[in-house]
Ligand binder design. Structure first.
Ligand code: SAH
Length: 369
């Protein structure tokens, strides 16, 4: 089957619309606003992706869909194609490779924890931030995702869980491919859609946005009082050490970044998560932990320590567990809580920083299409 990419100049994805926008569209077409709810539910709660056979839709809504939805019409339905579903041998992690309408591919990771699931979403195809140890950064930037392409990843993960008879999705982390605050508007629209109670209903308190440290984005989140959790990737506590790993550190130095974090905390009162990828001999000494503790003094902070996952383009190795614990103890002595992240899905390249949208890994090949 050849899939013709919709013309985005004339056609919009139904999944790009917030509830209010959908309601407005229907009203503009002469429908009553009450028709928005059943359509929204079919899309975002029941995950119907055809909408040609909705017997319980009122006739005006069915007529509207017949006239407005489809090739060459005003709206189309987002349908990323799953090109691979790769399960890690840990039995808890699955990685989906999704091909978008224009042929770009992205990855979505589903992680099982006790009694709950977390999906890790991509916000861009590729990434412009070029962090040296990250596979997505190594591949470069292709394009921003639209809101519907972010929402569709949640649909996909949710549908996969339902098909497996598993419990629904509880948490979302925007830690897949891309820099969420470099695609601010699309990400905020997507999160508004995803957290809507009549649809996917994943509350804002269960959503974490992870940023490389885009200062204007952090300040905007604070000013707009966005209700999501924030994680900031540090990896270095001096500008020199940080910028060697995270080039964005040259654009937004630590003094500016930490000032933005303090403003964010002042406005929202919410604890901030800080991510620190532990790389042997690069940023894992007790002295470096001490500098990190100083940087975070007075903030309500939690540090996530992530032992480096291997990528082709970076030669460093992960900090061993004894050194990781020593690093953690320095933080603890300074009163800063931290967690050493468990490794997930490394065998299928589904770990932090390993996403580069290709079929690789030793996982269950049966899932590769
Ligand atoms: N652009 C966002 C999301 C990135 S992925 C950000 O920069 O925060 C989430 C976390 O994984 C980030 O802290 C990122 O720096 C980290 N990471 C990237 N590559 C990694 C790797 N190879 N091993 C371990 N962590 C990595």
């Amino acid at each position: 089957m050849t899939v013709v990419a919709p013309d985005l100049n004339t056609s919009r994805s139904l999944l790009d619309l917030t509830f209010a926008e959908l309601e407005r569209e229907l009203i503009t077409s002469g429908l009553a606003p009450v028709h928005a709810r059943p359509l929204w539910r079919a899309l975002h709660r029941d995950l119907h992706h055809e909408l040609t056979n909705e017997a319980d839709f009122p006739p005006p809504l069915r007529r509207w869909l017949a006239g407005q939805l489809g090739a060459g019409r005003r709206f189309f339905l987002e349908a990323p194609v799953e090109t691979a579903d790769i399960a890690s041998t840990d039995g808890l992690t699955r990685k989906f490779l999704l091909r978008l309408a224009d042929g770009q591919t992205i990855e979505t990771v589903l992680m099982g924890f006790k009694g709950r699931h977390t999906a890790c979403l991509s916000t861009q195809a590729g990434c412009a931030m070029a962090c040296v140890f990250c596979a997505t950064g190594q591949m470069g930037f292709a394009r921003h995702l639209r809101p519907g392409e972010i929402v569709a990843q949640v649909h996909h993960a949710q549908a996969a869980l339902r098909a497996a008879g598993r419990e629904g999705l509880r948490n979302l982390v925007l830690m897949g491919m891309g820099e969420p605050l470099h695609n601010y508007d699309a990400v905020m629209t997507a999160l508004e859609i995803i957290s809507d109670r009549g649809g996917l209903n994943i509350g804002p308190g269960r959503i974490t946005i992870s940023t490389v440290g885009v200062v204007p984005g952090i300040l905007r989140l604070a000013a707009e009082r966005r209700p999501y959790h924030l994680a900031v990737s540090l990896h270095g506590a001096t500008d020199e050490e940080r910028s060697a790993l995270v080039p964005a550190g040259r654009r937004w130095p630590l003094t500016e970044l930490m000032a933005a974090c303090r403003t964010y905390f002042g406005q929202t009162g919410r604890r901030i998560f800080f991510e620190w990828t532990l790389i042997a001999g690069a940023n894992d000494s007790p002295a470096q932990a001490g500098r990190l503790a100083k940087l975070l003094a007075g903030l309500d902070a939690h540090v996530n320590l992530i032992p480096l996952n291997p990528t082709d383009g970076f030669a460093g190795t992960a900090t061993q567990s004894t050194a990781a614990r020593a690093f953690q103890q320095v933080l603890q002595a300074a009163g800063i809580p931290s967690t050493i992240r468990q490794r997930r899905g490394i065998d299928v390249a589904a770990g932090c920083g390993q996403l580069r949208a290709e079929k690789r890994g030793a996982g269950s090949a049966a899932g590769v299409k």
